[in-house]
Design a protein around this ligand. Structure first.
Ligand code: AMP
Length: 419
């Protein structure tokens, strides 16, 4: 029998409740900023990610679900949201809208990663992007917004880690420095980091391999922050000033380099104290060169994404349990064959004002009542020959135990009056 592919999950019941709660809360908070919802395709031309995320990144090298469609085009299931949203900004001429254009979306992302708790192959992100301004105030708003959402979700134990990856020129110098520093010890680097030394040495800082981290410590590798040019430095300082004024707690973490090529200047992550190795709840940063990488004009931007599954794990760790789904207002129990059809007609009449379920098979009143209790219905209505002959239903309020005969046309008023 087929099973859900490795690294994917069916989201149902309490998991779905938590999922929905996170999305609703995020939408409410993001919506209050005036940002607008955008839906982009879940697949894009492969070049969108190759150009934006970067050919040297783990995502592009190892994790993309890329396929050739029937027309011979190379397409990729989106591994992240920003590249597609910037593509949409360019394609839809959003440059003439009031800037920055603030957009958000949520949906599935796909990465062929090693599966573990909090790390899936199809996972879900909420993305926020502010495109069209290089002002550090826009970065500050984005980070403060992210923190506000996490607080609204009731999360504590949050740690905002802030860094800067400088401008491309600064990074070039830093990469040259790292190459010089690490090349003599090439043999001690992990296999991945050997490749990184060639392609993008800064990414070694991000390595999870102990060997790499030990070596970096031993060689006392200087942080990227030492290499910031005057403009990137001012941007970083202004951002910190704004965040402090907003009362957003953060710490500076020079090891935040982020796994995607498009970042410049601001880079940040939010971690959660209690979820261990997969503790990054959110990541984001500035990507002023991204639109150009895609072949468009120079358009600065900043944004973030958080993983809904990771947030759900963090909330669970903090004792959040989604409220149980309420039962139906009314369960209709057909007592004879003919009443099955009448039950559907009655349900149709009462929906959507009331949440109405009915049984698809006939049941005795006793069995019907048991079913209604199991479903946690407020009311149960019985429909059989006795009721039909009088044009009524027998309506019972489960909590009160009260029972009466009610004309079908009065049912809505009864339900409305008593719930
Ligand atoms: P990234 O785009 O890698 O910075 O990821 C942003 C956020 O998405 C992370 O902080 C996680 O919350 C989430 N995330 C990334 N990759 C995965 C994954 N494979 N499974 C679940 N969540 C993920």
């Amino acid at each position: 029998m087929p099973q859900a592919p490795k690294g994917t999950r069916d989201i149902i019941g309490e998991d779905y409740q938590a999922f929905r709660y996170i999305i609703d809360t995020a939408e409410r908070v993001i919506g209050s900023t005036g940002a607008v919802h955008i839906e982009t395709p879940v697949f894009e031309e492969t070049a969108v990610f190759e150009k934006a995320v970067g050919a040297s990144t783990d995502i592009v090298r190892k994790e993309m679900y890329t396929f050739t469609d029937r027309g011979g085009r190379s397409l990729t299931l989106r591994p992240e949201g920003t590249a597609g949203i910037v593509r949409a900004y360019l394609e839809n001429g959003m440059k003439v809208w009031p800037q920055p254009v603030r957009l958000y979306t949520y949906g599935p992302m796909f990465r062929a990663e090693n599966v573990q708790r909090g790390r899936y192959r199809q996972f879900h992100q909420i993305d926020y992007e502010a495109i069209g301004s290089a002002d550090p105030l826009v970065d500050a708003e984005a980070i403060a917004l992210l923190v506000k959402i996490l607080q609204e979700l009731g999360l504590t134990g949050l740690e905002v880690k802030l860094g800067s990856v400088g401008d491309p020129e600064d990074r070039k110098q830093y990469n040259a420095y790292l190459r010089g520093l690490l090349s003599p010890s090439l043999e001690r680097l992990s296999k991945d980091s050997k490749d990184r030394l060639e392609l993008n040495p800064m990414r070694i800082l991000d390595s999870k391999d102990q060997k790499d981290q030990v070596l970096l410590k031993e060689l006392r590798a200087r942080p990227m922050l030492d290499f910031l040019g005057p403009e990137a430095k001012r941007h970083f300082e202004d951002l910190q000033k704004y965040l402090k004024a907003l009362g957003v707690n953060f710490s500076i973490d020079p090891s935040i380099v982020r796994g995607l090529d498009y970042y410049v200047r601001t880079a940040f992550e939010v971690h959660h104290a209690r979820i261990g190795a997969q503790s990054a709840l959110c990541g984001g940063g500035r990507y002023d060169g991204l639109a150009e990488m895609l072949g468009g004009a120079h358009v600065p931007g900043v944004g973030w994404a958080f993983g809904i599954e990771r947030i759900a794990i963090a909330m669970e760790e903090e004792g959040f349990s989604p409220s149980a789904e309420a039962g139906p207002d009314l369960l209709i129990v057909p007592l004879d064959e003919k009443a099955r059809e009448e039950a559907l007609a009655l349900a149709q009449q009462l929906r959507p004002k009331f949440r109405v379920e009915f049984l698809y098979t006939t049941k005795s009143p006793r069995k019907g009542l048991e079913d209604a209790l199991k479903r946690q219905a407020t009311f149960v209505a019985f429909l059989g020959e006795a009721e039909r002959s009088k044009g009524v239903v027998t309506l019972k309020h489960l909590a009160r135990g009260s029972q009466e005969e009610v004309y079908a046309q009065e049912l809505a008023a009864k339900l409305g009056a008593r719930i």
